[in-house]
Design a protein around this ligand. Structure first.
Ligand SMILES: [Zn+2]
Length: 455
């Protein structure tokens, strides 16, 4: 007896799990196991993602594809038995790519893989032709300022990470235009892929002319760097019909599982249903929409009704305008005080890696305890940086704790490319991510106290 007690005492001090396992968590263990087991027992999550991406394809803001996907989501949520399913109107920008091409003229002629950058202006009809100057960064651009006038500037910045290297796509074209460039080309923002160009929004400043802007694969950028280093003149012809049309009507999609005791308190999960146009937007962000939505489907299927309401929001127009996120904030301003937590999935649905969290430290401790229920599927780490482009506006306005679902793996290899299709994602990954979000969301919505009010 004494020896057993001693052993138990030793376990208590040497096992960190014990410190992370408060007794309030115990009733949630069997529930977490059920949610995980049920999700893993079939491929329903992956099949829903396949149906969405196969049927509607790419879902650019202002396109019929996106609006058809929105209507399908409303009908399908109703079939799932969710309540208060409806569309919330948002006006979105309508950028149209049109035909586009990039041709190498010298030292030899060759058609190049390319994608115009989102929100870019087009070229004059018939295109434009000019010599190319390759720079690795903005410092080099400034040093060679005298050579830029009348040229096409190619930014050949090697990928460090998305947040760092992205600046060449967003700010590069205007920086080049200020020095007299007539077009800008960026090395695609992402690690080396299989010679895939990556699109994504650019952003012009008011102090420079708007010039056409496109992306080429990393392999091509490297080649032109080598040619320039050897003193070879590079010449290209760029043709783009890109333009904006009048803003279009779109919608955020909302569905709920009403809370059994505190229905006015709301836990929000979601992703964005719009996507760029080259692939089918499976990882960015149909996957995020489906795994957050499936968290509600799983709870409903297992007869789990948490204390508070769980709401899924499929946002429109994240990619080039964030109108869905700002629209949600504006439409729900009066209700933000009742939002307990916001979670976004918009970073891939590969193997689960846990969650990012932003909020009070005591709430982080609660979230970390809940995450310990997800160790078997690898979703237990709690890191910093919770948030997302869609939930950010409401989260900031309402000072609401925010979580980001993390399952990134090779997300940035295929991000905004023709290769962003469901083939990169396995049914097991889809199931595990849906389960991770279901468990985290259910427990937060069901806690005996409101998340963020811990002492
Ligand atoms: Zn996204």
């Amino acid at each position: 007896m004494k020896r057993i007690l001693l052993a138990a005492a030793l376990i208590a001090v040497t096992t960190p799990i014990a410190a992370q396992s408060p007794s309030w968590l115990d009733p949630y263990r069997p529930i977490a196991q059920r949610l995980i087991a049920d999700s893993q027992s079939n491929d329903a999550t992956w099949q829903r993602l396949a149906e969405l991406t196969d049927t509607f394809g790419p879902r650019l803001s202002g396109s019929d594809n996106l609006e058809k996907a929105i209507d399908w989501a409303v009908e399908t949520m109703k079939k799932d038995g969710l309540v208060n399913v409806h569309k919330e109107p948002v006006m979105v920008p309508k950028w149209v790519r049109g035909d586009e091409s990039l041709e190498l003229i010298a030292p030899v002629r060759q058609k190049l893989p390319m994608l115009g950058l989102g929100d870019a202006v087009g070229t004059p009809a018939g295109g434009l032709e000019a010599d190319v100057i390759v720079v690795k960064n903005f410092d080099e651009l400034e040093k060679r300022a005298a050579d830029v006038k009348g040229k096409i500037v190619l930014f050949n910045a090697e990928f460090v990470n998305y947040g760092t290297t992205n600046v060449y796509r967003t700010a590069g074209p205007s920086r080049a235009a200020k020095l007299g460039a007539i077009a800008a080309i960026v090395r695609s923002i992402g690690p080396m892929g299989l010679r895939t160009p990556h699109t994504g929004a650019t952003s012009y400043t008011d102090d420079a002319p708007k010039i056409p802007a496109a992306a080429i694969p990393a392999e091509d950028a490297n080649r032109f760097q080598r040619l320039q280093d050897r003193g070879v003149t590079i010449r290209m012809r760029l043709s783009m019909q890109a333009h904006f049309e009048a803003d279009a009507q779109s919608y955020n999609v909302v569905g709920e599982l009403r809370g059994r005791e505190l229905p006015n308190e709301i836990v929000v999960v979601g992703g964005h249903l719009d996507s760029w146009d080259p692939g089918t937007g499976a990882s960015d962000d149909a996957g995020g929409c489906v795994v957050t939505w499936d968290a509600l489907r799983l709870m409903k299927k297992l007869g789990l009704q948490p204390r508070r309401t769980v709401r899924v929001v499929l946002f429109t127009n994240e990619e080039n305008g964030d109108r869905g996120g700002t629209g949600y904030r504006d439409a729900h301003l009066a209700e933000l005080k009742d939002h307990v937590m916001l979670m976004e999935s918009d970073g891939g649905i590969f193997d689960p890696e846990g969650f990012g969290f932003t909020g009070p430290d005591a709430a982080r401790t609660t979230v970390a305890a809940i995450a310990s229920l997800l160790k078997s599927i690898g979703a237990d780490p709690i890191k910093g940086g919770g948030g997302g482009a869609d939930i950010g506006p409401a989260g900031t306005a309402g000072k609401i704790p925010m979580l980001s679902h993390l399952a990134e793996a090779n997300y940035f290899v295929i991000h905004h490319t023709p290769a962003d299709t469901i083939d990169r994602i396995t049914p097991r990954q889809a199931a595990n991510n849906a389960a991770a979000i279901a468990v985290m969301t259910y427990v937060i919505a069901d806690l005996p106290w409101r998340l963020g009010t811990e002492k």
